[in-house]
Design a protein. Structure first.
Ligand SMILES: C[S@@+](CC[C@H](N)C(=O)[O-])C[C@H]1O[C@@H](n2cnc3c(N)ncnc32)[C@H](O)[C@@H]1O
Length: 306
C-alpha cells in the first residue's frame, strides 16, 4: 500500500482492533489453550516495529500485544512506547500476570499502556490452569495500587470449578478492575459447557448486568440454540497477526486464511470484510464478535460488494 488509508476508507473497512503476537512462547501451559509453545524466540523488535508501522498505515484504532506470553518479550516497554509514538489510540496487552513486578507496572505506566487484560480463571490451581487468585493475589494487589491503565480481569468459564468464576468477578469489582468472562472453546472456537458451568455463567452475567451481554449477547444465543450466526468482519475490522507477520481471521482459524501483513491493502480489507466465514455460526471468539458488531447491518457476500 503506497499511502495510508484515508479516514473515509478506514470508516468503511479499516481495523478497529489488531492483535499482534510478539512471541509464541508461554511460561505457562494451560490445558485449554492452543495458542502457545515452549520454544519460540521472541519476534525481533525491528520486525515488530515494521508491523506496527503497517498497522498505523491501516489506521488500526486499538493494538493489543499478545502471545504466547507478551511479558516474555525483552523489548516489551520499548514496544509500548513505540505504539504511543505511532499514535494508536488504545495500547493494550493480554497477560497471565505471572511476570508482573512493580518495576514492570511502573514501566508500563510510563510507556503509555492504556489497557491490560489479565487472565484469571479461578481461585485455586488445578490440572488445567495456574492462572488463579491464590497464585496471583499479590501481583493483582500491586496492580490495584500502581497501575495507571485500565485493568480487565478475564476468567475462562470451563477451566476451573464454575463457582470460582463468580469469586473472580467479585474480586475484580472490589479492587477497581473490570470483570469479564470468556467461555472455554475447543480448537475450532466452539463452546461446550456443563449444566454447572452454565449456571455459573448465568450468575456472572446477572452480576455483570449490561456489560455481560457483548455483541448482541452472542454467548447466550450460542448456549440456547447451539449456533449464533453473524456477519464476521475478521480480516478487516479485526486482524490477528501471528509471529510470522501473517494476518488471520483469528487465533483459531489460522488454517483457513492467511496473508502477509506487509502486503495487506485496502482491497484485502474489503475482500475480508465481505468474505462469509465458514465458522461464523458457532464462533465464540469475543474479539471477532465485538469488532464485527458495528457492521452487522451492512450486507456481506457477493451482494455486498459494490
Ligand atoms: C492465548 S492467551 C495469550 C495471553 C496470555 N498468555 C494470557 O494467558 O492471557 C489470550 C487469552 O485467550 C484465552 N484462551 C486461550 N485458550 C482459550 C480457550 N480454549 N477458550 C477460551 N479462552 C481461551 C486465555 O485465557 C487468555 O485470556
Amino acid at each position: 500500500m503506497a499511502v495510508p488509508l484515508s479516514w473515509a476508507q478506514w470508516l468503511g473497512y479499516g481495523p478497529f482492533l489488531a492483535q499482534l503476537v510478539v512471541t509464541r512462547r508461554c511460561n505457562l501451559s494451560c490445558g485449554y489453550c492452543f495458542e502457545y509453545d515452549t520454544v519460540s524466540d521472541p519476534v525481533p523488535f525491528v520486525t515488530l516495529d515494521q508491523r506496527l508501522g503497517k498497522l498505523r498505515d491501516l489506521r488500526a484504532w486499538v493494538v493489543c500485544l499478545t502471545g504466547g506470553e507478551p511479558t516474555l518479550h525483552p523489548d516489551l516497554l520499548k514496544l509500548v512506547r513505540r505504539m504511543r509514538e505511532l499514535g494508536f489510540r488504545r495500547r493494550q496487552m493480554i497477560t497471565n500476570g505471572y511476570r508482573l513486578t512493580n518495576e514492570t507496572i511502573e514501566g508500563l505506566n510510563a510507556a503509555g499502556l492504556t489497557d491490560l487484560q489479565l487472565s484469571l480463571d479461578g481461585v485455586r490451581r488445578n490440572g488445567t490452569t495456574l492462572k488463579v487468585l491464590h497464585s496471583l493475589r499479590g501481583r493483582l494487589e500491586m496492580l490495584a495500587r500502581s497501575a495507571r491503565f485500565r485493568v480487565v480481569l478475564s476468567a475462562v468459564i470451563g477451566s476451573a470449578p464454575p463457582e470460582e468464576a463468580i469469586e473472580v468477578v467479585r474480586f475484580a469489582r472490589s479492587h477497581g478492575f473490570v470483570p469479564r468472562v470468556l467461555l472455554i472453546h475447543d480448537e475450532l472456537g466452539r463452546v461446550k459447557l456443563s449444566p454447572e458451568e452454565l449456571a455459573a455463567y448465568h450468575e456472572v452475567k446477572r452480576i455483570l448486568g449490561r456489560a455481560g451481554r457483548e455483541a448482541g449477547d452472542y454467548r447466550e444465543r450460542l448456549i440456547q440454540a447451539g449456533t449464533a450466526p453473524f456477519r464476521c468482519r475478521a480480516g478487516a475490522r479485526y486482524l490477528y497477526v501471528d509471529e510470522f507477520g501473517q494476518v488471520h481471521w483469528c487465533s483459531q482459524s489460522r488454517e483457513l486464511f492467511s496473508k502477509d501483513l506487509m502486503d495487506y491493502s485496502l482491497d484485502d480489507l474489503k475482500r475480508q470484510f465481505h468474505a462469509v466465514k465458514p465458522c461464523r455460526e458457532m464462533c465464540s471468539i469475543g474479539c471477532a464478535r465485538t469488532a464485527s458488531a458495528y457492521d452487522e447491518w451492512r450486507r456481506q457476500g457477493i451482494e455486498g460488494r459494490r
